[in-house]
Design a binder for this molecule. Structure first.
Ligand code: 5GP
Length: 208
């Protein structure tokens, strides 16, 4: 639940989930969302082409690079980053709306986005999802999206190695053990409920 809705600011809990591409963030999130009420996942704006499985405005907001750059200029993003040639950004309005609705917000963002958000908002609570090993991650990347080109997979793997070294910067870490996504989802849901139960809540305040 969010609290402190006063004047021209709004406050709430801001959860960040990161982890390398292919680690299973979407699966874990979908399962954790079923376990936790009043949690709103903020839909990212992206300039990359939509994958067949993706629903516009549900999985991502798909914008042109032009639209994205104009959004940057008017301060529409809480954070933004370029990832393997495409731009990704968290719409600030999405977080403000979640807090207004007395929901906690959850961002699924990369390590650079995490660093940008926490630099400005020390109250954000961050969770890094780890694969059991880099070999497992590589296998998932190669089999889960057979449509992706070899070069794209290599770039995602290189990005993953860099991202994994940042895991220690996060408030919490969860290993997504193979064949047991429910366990990782349960851990994530547990972290969220434990944070909600803190007597000194960690909150983020945004101007409206
Ligand atoms: P994908 O293209 O595979 O869906 O996502 C690629 C990477 O972009 C993932 O590591 C994902 O966490 C990250 N990402 C997704 N949304 C955002 C966002 O809003 N901001 C940032 N900085 N990274 C994001």
């Amino acid at each position: 639940m969010s609290v402190n809705q006063a004047g021209n600011t709004v406050s709430g809990r801001l959860f960040i989930l990161s982890g390398p591409s292919g680690v299973g963030k979407d699966t874990i999130l979908a399962r954790a969302e079923r376990l936790v009420p009043d949690l709103r996942r903020i839909v990212t704006v992206v300039t990359r082409p939509r994958r067949d499985s993706e629903r516009p405005d549900v999985d991502y907001h798909f914008w042109s690079r032009d639209e994205f750059e104009r959004g940057c200029q008017r301060g529409a993003f809480l954070e933004s980053a370029e990832y393997v040639g495409n731009l990704y950004g968290t719409p600030r309005d999405g977080v403000v709306e979640a807090f207004r609705a007395k929901c906690d917000a959850l961002l699924k963002i990369d390590v650079r986005g995490f660093r940008q958000v926490t630099r400005e908002h020390a109250g954000a609570v961050s969770v890094f999802l780890l694969p059991p090993s880099i070999d497992v991650l590589e296998r998932h990347l190669r089999t889960a999206r057979p449509g992706d080109g070899r070069e794209d997979i290599e770039r995602r793997l290189a990005a993953a190695r860099t991202e994994l070294s940042a895991a220690s910067e996060y408030t919490y870490r969860i290993v997504n053990e193979e064949g047991n996504p429910d366990f990782a989802a349960f851990r994530l849901a547990r972290i969220i409920s434990d944070e909600r139960a803190r007597s000194a809540p960690r909150l983020v305040t945004l101007r409206t």
